[in-house]
Design a protein around this ligand. Structure first.
Ligand SMILES: *[C@@H]1O[C@H](CO)[C@@H](O)[C@H](O)[C@H]1NC(C)=O
Ligand SMILES: *[C@@H]1O[C@H](CO)[C@@H](O)[C@H](O)[C@H]1NC(C)=O
Ligand SMILES: *[C@@H]1O[C@H](CO)[C@@H](O)[C@H](O)[C@H]1NC(C)=O
Ligand SMILES: *[C@@H]1O[C@H](CO)[C@@H](O)[C@H](O)[C@H]1NC(C)=O
Ligand SMILES: *[C@@H]1O[C@H](CO)[C@@H](O)[C@H](O)[C@H]1NC(C)=O
Ligand SMILES: *[C@@H]1O[C@H](CO)[C@@H](O)[C@H](O)[C@H]1NC(C)=O
Ligand SMILES: *[C@@H]1O[C@H](CO)[C@@H](O)[C@H](O)[C@H]1NC(C)=O
Ligand SMILES: *[C@@H]1O[C@H](CO)[C@@H](O)[C@H](O)[C@H]1NC(C)=O
Ligand SMILES: *[C@@H]1O[C@H](CO)[C@@H](O)[C@H](O)[C@H]1NC(C)=O
Length: 536
């Protein structure tokens, strides 16, 4: 059942050592280039990589390939994880006709700038992470945020509780406390969020962008006096409930600032339409596009600005709800010039994508080119018909991630943010049993955690398309069904991500008009990231 997969590039070297591998010189400073995946097959299609108290796979790609050498990293259903190989560009050949698919990049076409990729610091993620021995907690955080891991650059933080908590709570459950005198962070912040966020900041080699999202206001501010079920803020826009709820955001930002955690952004409300559903099972607060517009215009925008969190300091995102609501939701809020001036971006979730083509993102972008679009939440296993919430080693779920990330990036999203960073074997804890899957599953009893195929798929984007990269043009001939997206990094490295969701391998030719072409096989059910530098 257990087999170990070794990688061709397993190099340990010190500052002055130079090791020649094929045609590339490799030199790294006091770091292992990679520790390979210690794989385990649970019979669910593909493998997971197991991390324990003494071992965890790592991966530092060589981001400065020699000119005219292309490096390709591949992960696939068969079991490769960031498998590395180099290929040389060649000029002037007439082979094109023999290749099923020819992908040509166009570096003079420039699309959106990329912000990054990330996941969420929920209570559930924190509970699972701290259930492991100290050293493994560091390992898990490093697996996501350090140069040895996925180099995530975004973190989402629920403002107080959500369904992935052990109970419902807010930061001020004292009815009628309009001055927020009794506002305070909870033990969940102190045990499961702040220390792990600080660890992530510590191991990252750049600034991680954090954004907060509230699920519900305190129950006493709501029409139904309950954090769950159908309910909105009491009273009217202009009233003291709206005013207090806006001030609550400011208090949250200041409370975290006291721990040196500076937020890059917030969303005005997680999934605001949930608050209009009868007996909605977990924390929610209803806003329509109109009431969100008015809340921002008369309360949240001014309160944030007054407290020094204006739109030039803190990115305020609207919607944070399902894609079919576009472009209408954005239109309703942003047509108002006063509300629009406080808003920086639009967040969207993936759960109803089947009825919402990515074209809706294009339409929204065309209407509001100055407001960014960001995929703010997604996870596998959330639907009632998905009986297995956690599937250890599902390649299909990884492919769903890959497909969605590529689609969003091809339609103007500036990044993609996953849901829980880690969950247990059931897909929780979740106080309303709304269990789902995660790229990292913790088995606390065994003192192990498992890196799912989804984890590696995220890395095929997050490790290579750093913040500040922008999407470039790419065209494709043939009908092999590959999904492709190309980017240019700040260091002028070209990055091409190729996803093959089919059962057949594809012979691919990549053309960079500046350098010639390379040919390679895209194995069945695989994801590949190609990186190369231009001339000089
Ligand atoms: C952890 O995994 C490694 C790699 O397979 C193995 O050699 C080691 O014995 C394991 N350690 C523990 C404590 O299980
Ligand atoms: C074109 O391709 C064929 C078959 O691969 C080869 O025999 C021929 O020499 C090539 N011609 C040129 C001009 O490269
Ligand atoms: C590349 O894109 C530019 C700008 O859109 C366009 O003018 C040019 O024709 C494209 N080149 C190719 C080979 O398609
Ligand atoms: C809230 O603060 C205001 C102004 O500081 C004060 O007048 C008022 O009495 C306070 N209300 C409560 C309930 O503490
Ligand atoms: C940050 O990292 C340094 C060493 O890299 C370590 O000494 C320190 O304890 C870490 N701090 C936190 C909060 O993890
Ligand atoms: C909130 O609603 C839930 C579900 O109806 C109910 O079980 C719970 O007791 C309510 N809580 C309060 C404080 O009323
Ligand atoms: C926050 O950072 C400052 C400056 O780096 C440091 O002096 C202070 O101790 C930190 N505070 C906390 C709570 O970590
Ligand atoms: C989790 O760990 C326990 C204790 O070692 C073990 O019995 C169980 O099989 C493990 N579960 C999985 C899915 O590996
Ligand atoms: C880009 O180049 C700079 C300067 O050489 C280097 O410090 C940095 O690490 C590079 N960034 C990446 C992502 O390769």
């Amino acid at each position: 059942m257990i087999k170990t997969y070794c990688s061709p590039l397993f190099v340990l070297c010190t500052t002055i050592t130079i090791i020649i591998i094929g045609f590339s010189e490799v030199c790294f400073t006091e770091q292992e280039v990679r520790r390979p995946c210690y794989s385990r097959d649970y019979g669910q299609g593909s493998i997971v990589c197991v991390c324990n108290s003494t071992y965890c796979d790592t991966f530092r790609p060589q981001l400065k390939p020699k000119p005219e050498i292309l490096t390709v990293y591949e992960s696939n259903k068969e079991g490769k994880r960031f498998y590395e190989k180099t290929v040389k560009f060649t000029y002037g050949s007439n082979l094109s006709g023999q290749y099923e698919t020819v992908v040509t990049v166009n570096k003079s076409q420039k699309f959106q700038e990329i912000l990054g990729f990330g996941g969420a610091f929920t209570d559930a993620a924190g509970i699972n992470i701290v259930s492991l021995p100290k050293k493994m907690q560091d390992m898990l955080i490093s697996s996501y945020f350090s140069p040895d891991g996925l180099e995530y650059s975004i973190g989402r933080v629920p403002i107080a509780s959500c369904d992935f908590s052990t109970h419902d709570y807010s930061y001020d459950d004292i009815p009628g406390d309009f001055n927020l005198t009794y506002f305070q962070l909870t033990k969940e912040d102190h045990l499961y969020k702040i220390p792990l966020i600080q660890k992530a900041m510590n191991v990252s080699s750049f600034q991680i962008l954090f954004y907060g999202s509230p699920w519900s206001s305190p129950a006493w501010m709501k029409t139904n006096e309950n954090m769950t079920g159908k309910g909105t803020l009491k009273g009217e826009v202009g009233g003291k409930y709206y005013e207090t709820w806006a001030n609550y955001f400011v208090r949250f930002l200041k409370a975290y600032a006291a721990y040196n955690i500076t937020f890059w952004g917030i969303t005005a409300q997680n999934e605001p339409l949930n608050g209009f559903r009868d007996n909605f099972p977990f924390q929610c607060l209803g806003f329509t596009p109109d009431s969100q517009r008015d809340f921002i215009k008369f309360h949240l925008g001014p309160a944030l600005e007054k407290a020094g969190f204006g739109p030039n300091k803190l990115q305020l995102m609207i919607m944070d709800d399902q894609r079919p609501l576009l472009p209408k939701w954005a239109e309703k809020v942003l047509q108002d010039p006063v509300a629009a001036k406080y808003v920086n971006g639009i967040g969207f979730h993936w759960y109803m994508n089947l009825v919402a083509p990515p074209k809706l993102l294009d339409i929204t972008h065309e209407m509001f080119p100055n407001k960014f679009l960001l995929a703010t939440e997604a996870c596998e296993g959330s639907f009632p018909w998905q009986k297995n919430k956690v599937i250890l080693g599902s390649w299909e779920r990884a492919e769903n991630y890959a497909h969605d990330i590529i689609q969003d990036l091809l339609h103007w999203s500036v990044g993609w943010v996953d849901w829980n960073l880690a969950l247990d074997l059931r897909g929780g804890p979740n106080w309303v049993n709304n269990f789902v899957d995660s790229p990292v599953i913790v088995n606390a009893t065994a003192k192990e955690f498992y890196k799912q195929p989804m984890y590696y798929v995220l890395g095929h984007f997050s490790k290579f398309i750093q913040r500040g990269s922008y999407r470039i043009g790419v065209s494709q001939t043939g009908s092999s069904g590959l999904e492709v997206a190309a980017f240019m990094t700040l260091n002028r490295t070209s990055v091409l991500v190729v996803v093959n969701r089919n059962a057949n391998p594809v012979n691919l030719m990549i053309k960079d008009p500046e350098l010639g072409h390379v040919v390679n096989t895209v194995s069945s059910h695989s994801i590949q990231t190609y990186v190369w530098q231009g001339k000089k």
